[in-house]
Design a protein around this ligand. Structure first.
Ligand SMILES: Cc1cc2nc3c(=O)[nH]c(=O)nc-3n(C[C@H](O)[C@H](O)[C@H](O)COP(=O)(O)OP(=O)(O)OC[C@H]3O[C@@H](n4cnc5c(N)ncnc54)[C@H](O)[C@@H]3O)c2cc1C
Length: 434
């Protein structure tokens, strides 16, 4: 009888388990199996023999973008390569590395990522694939810092594409929702590390939600997030400033008083997981995210939705949704407004449009949220919203497609790189077309 370790019964080279659910617990990734290769060779062999496979990052998406009806693969067992080149100010990083870890390593070499999302625990590959963003009138999505990608394509081959070498397709290849291949490594532009400070201002008067005031608030620092509850006023402004470049704000800023103690963006939550709000200078990676890397969020009792509109449409878009406030509030933890600078990535929600983001952190009430979203989307429709790919929305696929003028070019690129649709799933088929 062969033993478990005999060649006849040798385990698959990549550990196989059931994929389970997303961080929020609201997305079931499918029947699996979930593979965890430990080397590039194993990953290439796995992809080469799979007829349908999707890559998983750190599972932080709320939409079904990462789900699969067949194989799934996590890169968590691959070496966490991270090579910083101070001369070219770049980092080559394994796709499974978390953004916060990349930022820590860059900081040690006097460099920093150009921007970060609110949570530093998200993988570089997953953040890039969906156009994850932070905030900042002049700061672009995290995907736009990518200058080179290394992929395993459908037949298990390796493909490297770069901004300089492949300018005609690179804009379609970076932010691709995992549909072109498994990203193994990315090379990102970095910027010189500059100390930042953060302060939070509370309870702005109701009059401050007009276009001019919103624009002034959002320009109050290098990166600003405004929190509100659809009751006509901003309850918190998180202002992240570059020390020496941005003018310090007065205690009473536009009627919003500087908070004396640290706060959490969601009402009633303790602030110990949040980044420093004292105004003390610190590294950008400890100020730009709202949450600290060393605090692993223990649960995901929330769902998120987010819509990008043109910057100039922010005030009218908020005003259009405001009458739904009484129905939104019982389902809501908090809403956030951020800005993202235009980029050139074909599927980016900020494609060629300086954007403002209308965001909802919902309580975990998926059925009720699903009922309300179409009404919110109907009110946002005149502003040509582009939903965040990694968050929950109900916008009709034709409406989503209509927002992406380079979609045809993207589909042609996908036909070229993945003619058999090895990397598709139901979410992608529905939204981009089969
Ligand atoms: C608490 C919280 C805070 C958040 N804050 C922000 C924020 O500030 N800004 C923002 O824009 N979003 C935010 N998000 C959403 C999140 O950034 C995106 O959904 C992001 O895509 C999640 O990355 P991930 O690594 O978890 O990827 P997953 O959710 O696991 O996967 C997302 C997509 O990336 C693809 N993918 C992952 N790895 C690879 C790979 N190696 N190769 C090819 N494709 C791959 C997957 O197939 C899937 O299509 C937040 C989410 C949570 C839970």
């Amino acid at each position: 009888m062969p033993t478990e370790t005999s060649p006849d019964h040798a385990p698959e080279p990549d550990a196989v388990e059931r994929p389970g659910v997303s961080w929020s617990g609201t997305v079931d990734y499918g029947p699996g199996p979930l593979h965890a290769p430990t080397s590039l060779e194993e990953l290439r062999a796995l992809v080469g023999r799979s007829t349908r496979i999707r890559a998983l990052g750190t599972r932080h998406s709320f939409s079904e973008v990462a789900a699969s009806d067949a194989d799934l693969v996590t890169l968590a067992q691959l070496p966490p390569d991270l090579e910083i080149d101070t001369a070219s100010r770049t980092v080559r990083v394994a796709a499974g590395v978390r953004y916060g870890e990349l930022a820590l390593a860059a900081h040690a070499r006097g460099l920093a990522p150009a921007n970060m999302g609110s949570l530093p625990h998200i993988s570089v590959g997953g953040a890039t694939a969906t156009g994850t963003h932070g905030s900042g009138d002049r700061r672009r999505s995290l995907s736009s810092s990518v200058r080179e990608i290394e992929l395993v394509t459908a037949d298990g081959d390796q493909l490297t594409l770069s901004r300089e070498g492949d300018p005609e397709i690179f804009g379609g290849a970076v932010l691709a929702l995992g549909t072109l291949g498994v990203l193994t490594h990315l090379t990102l532009d970095l910027v010189p590390a500059a100390p930042m400070r953060q302060s939070v201002h509370l309870d702005f008067p109701a009059a401050r939600m007009g276009a001019q005031d919103l624009a002034t608030m959002l320009a109050g620092g290098a990166s600003v997030s405004l929190f509100h509850h659809w009751d006509g006023h901003i309850s918190q402004a998180w202002v992240k400033q570059v020390v020496g470049a941005d003018a310090e704000l007065p205690e009473n800023w536009l009627g919003g008083m500087r908070s004396r103690e640290a706060v959490h963006p969601l009402p009633g939550m303790p602030a110990d997981s949040c980044t420093d709000q004292s105004g003390a200078p610190g590294p950008a990676h400890e100020r730009l995210p709202h949450f600290r890397l060393e605090f692993t969020p223990s649960n995901g009792e929330e769902i998120q939705s987010e819509y990008f509109v043109a910057r100039e449409d922010l005030a009218p878009a908020l005003a259009a949704v405001m009458p739904l406030g009484e129905r939104i509030r019982p389902l809501l933890h908090a809403s956030e407004v951020r800005t993202v600078a235009a980029d050139e990535l074909w599927l980016s929600p900020a494609y060629q449009r300086d954007s403002a983001c209308v965001h909802f952190t919902w309580k975990q009430l998926p059925e009720q949220v699903a009922v309300l979203l179409p009404e919110i989307e109907e009110r946002l429709a005149p502003f040509a919203p582009r939903p965040h790919w990694g968050k929950v929305f109900t916008t009709a696929p034709e409406q989503v497609r209509a927002q992406y003028p380079r979609l045809g070019d993207f589909l042609a690129l996908r036909d070229r790189l993945d003619p058999e649709r090895v990397f598709t799933n139901a979410y992608v088929d529905r939204l981009l077309g089969e």
